[in-house]
Unconditional design. Structure first.
Length: 648
């Protein structure tokens, strides 16, 4: 008999990530991360690598490391698999190789700083990888001061950035030591190797580019002694793929250069000459469908098909994220199913391994054959799905009739509605992400508690084109707030009880919107604001992205445009808040620092017009809801549900 879903059932979820195919297309691999209870201490994530026979669908556990095995990559001859493994809690990942026909895995690196990224070289079956080698930052343990000289000196998910550069190494498996090839002052974010052994890395070219979060595509000779920049101007580059003949380069970058509100586009250029050409127009090539049941790497590198005649990419359209074939003349053929979100893929010889999820099914590994037939390879969440009755999804519904700005939303309908028929409005982060066909455990938990969960895409969301995304530039809390209220109004009008109470929550930008709306409306019975923003003036100097995000998104700097930023700050309207508000924030959040929550909390407690509580999570950052320590994730979910239940 199926159980009612509770927050603690998070421990039963498995997170499938990093789909990979062997060069012959016969084998697939993926990382399966589960949550393991510990005899002493809190539960921990444990990652393993599963291997699949594409023809039969048979699966077997390839690795079973004591902590985490990740980043599987097949050797060019399809006989070996390299991966990163953490063998002891608190240590860095090292590079391992295992024979696929049997045998024990062996470590090929022992760097104290670990290995960050790696790739196989198809020209000689060697491995190239990035590491800071012996450099270990012991400053925090030693208690020594940190001298800061750059604008960008910290980063969400990392903390304070390392003070040393990164080295590119080559390791031949028949040799005992690695060979350093090239040094980078700023750590590259990706390595690609073409058939000839030429190396392609994405990395900033200067301190100015590093501070501006811009990167260059570098082509290095096989020996690393010659380096050439391929882009005329550095850009916010995503992923890179080299055509089979080595002549063309496909990469992801904003469709309007230097405009962060524009969709991420697929670009193509000649490696040796020529200007880049955008293939995807106003379509979004970043799979930004929100969800909280993903853990690990989710690669979405454009894949060359048909000997370089077309590209396969993951396009995000109106809340759907799925595969599409793109010809070099810009014509696009969609091949994905309409009601799912593809979160990662890799393609080889006409076959595609991909991770897909829906609002009622967590992500699993799938295989798409050349003839279009699809087969599910993994069943990591089969027991979870059999053991719980999940809410059904409905929509999309149109909350606004404006043909130029269609505001759509979905609902999760509870198996057993509450007596008060209450709704919960969820606002996504970003703001340039979107809700749609992803799986969100939080939504399912709230629906299991009887709430109808309403989630949609106000203006500012991605996947609806550049005009829709950029329309609230320098106007946070204007038309975007109108759209959230339109979603709430429409959902209530079409609810079985138009007098039902409405609760509100959201994180990051969604936390900003929660703070904003409780200062402008008394429609909500209660609200929970998470990892939020309350004051853009202080956000500018405390967030890891504040000094450029505030200019690009809000339209100004504190010393020149104080009134503009203050006008868009929720704390300006804090005296109008009467809605019971729970504030949830992580103490190590570098994206939306906890001072944002502290300001709002202090003001609300001083004013004493609204019931207010704050929960602070130690040791967590901005990603608490998606990859935080499991028991803290459960505590967060319980706190949200309990707050709503306290305010019926």
């Amino acid at each position: 008999m199926a159980q009612r879903l509770e927050s603690s059932h998070l421990y039963e979820l498995a997170f499938v990530s990093d789909p990979q195919l062997s060069s012959d297309g016969r084998k697939a691999a993926a990382v399966v991360t589960s949550i393991a209870e510990q005899p002493e201490g809190p539960p921990q994530y444990r990652g393993r690598i599963d291997l699949f026979d594409v023809k039969t669908g048979d699966a077997r556990r390839l690795t079973n490391g004591p902590v985490a095995d990740t980043s599987p990559r097949f050797s060019p001859d399809a006989r070996q698999l390299a991966y990163l493994s953490v063998r002891e809690v608190g240590t860095k990942p090292q590079l391992f190789v295992i024979e696929l026909d049997g045998g024990e895995a062996r470590a090929v690196t022992e760097h104290p700083a670990g290995v960050d990224l790696f790739a196989w070289d198809p020209s000689d079956q060697s491995l190239v990888y990035l590491s800071r080698g012996d450099a270990v930052d012991a400053r925090e343990k030693s208690g020594q001061p940190l001298t800061v000289t750059r604008a960008r000196y910290k980063q969400e998910g990392i903390g304070f950035l390392p003070g040393t550069g990164t080295t590119l190494y080559r390791r031949h498996l028949d040799r005992d030591a690695s060979e350093p090839l090239a040094d980078f002052e700023y750590a590259p974010s990706e390595i690609t190797v073409d058939a000839s052994g030429a190396l392609y890395l994405i990395a900033p070219s200067s301190s100015d580019d590093h501070d501006a979060w811009r990167q260059q595509i570098w082509r290095l000779s096989k020996t690393g002694n010659r380096r050439r920049a391929l882009l005329e101007e550095p850009e916010s580059v995503g992923s890179v793929a080299v055509s089979p003949d080595g002549a063309n380069l496909a990469y992801l970058a904003p469709s309007i250069p230097q405009d962060s509100t524009s969709p991420m586009g697929v670009w193509v250029k000649r490696v040796r000459r020529g200007r880049p050409m955008l293939l995807t127009g106003d379509l979004e090539a970043a799979p930004a469908v929100s969800g909280d049941a993903r853990y690990g790497r989710y690669p979405n590198v454009p894949a060359w098909q048909n000997d370089g005649g077309t590209l396969l990419a993951n396009l995000n359209v109106e809340g759907r994220s799925g595969l599409a074939s793109i010809a070099l003349d810009g014509s696009i053929t969609f091949v994905h199913r309409a009601s799912q979100a593809v979160t990662a893929f890799q393609a080889v010889k006409g076959r595609v391994a991909f991770i897909a999820e829906t609002p009622t099914t967590p992500g699993e590994l799938w295989l798409r054959f050349k003839n279009g037939r699809e087969r599910q390879l993994s069943s990591a969440n089969e027991t979870f799905l059999e053991g719980h009755e999940l809410a059904t999804a409905a929509g999309p519904f149109l909350a606004s009739g404006d043909e130029h700005a269609p505001v759509r939303y979905w609902t999760l309908n509870p198996p057993e509605p509450r007596k008060d028929r209450a709704l919960v409005i969820q606002v996504h982060g970003g703001p340039h992400t979107n809700y749609g066909y992803g799986f969100t455990f939080e939504f399912q938990v709230l629906a299991a508690a009887g709430y109808r969960v309403v989630y949609g895409n106000p203006r500012g969301s991605s996947s609806f084109g550049h005009q829709f995304s950029a329309s609230m530039h320098a106007g946070y809390g204007s038309i975007d707030a109108d759209d959230v209220m339109a979603i709430a109004d429409h959902a209530l009008e079409h609810h079985d009880d138009p007098q039902a109470p409405i609760h509100l929550t959201g994180g990051s930008y969604g936390g900003f919107m929660t703070n904003w709306l409780v200062g402008h409306s008394r429609r909500f019975r209660s609200a929970v604001t998470q990892r939020s923003i309350s004051n853009w003036l202080s956000f500018y100097g405390t967030s890891d992205i504040g000094y450029h995000f505030t200019v690009e998104q809000l339209g100004g700097r504190p010393w020149d445009d104080m009134e503009l930023l203050w006008h868009q700050s929720p704390i300006r309207y804090v005296a109008e808040v009467t809605t019971p508000l729970l504030i949830i924030h992580s103490e190590q959040d570098h994206r939306c620092p906890i001072e944002q929550a502290e300001q709002f909390y202090s003001a609300l407690k001083t004013l004493d017009r609204a019931e207010t509580e704050m929960i602070r999570f130690p040791g967590e950052g901005h990603e608490l809801s998606r990859s935080g320590r499991p028991d803290r994730r459960v505590a967060r979910l319980d706190a949200i549900r309990t707050w709503f239940e306290r305010h019926p």
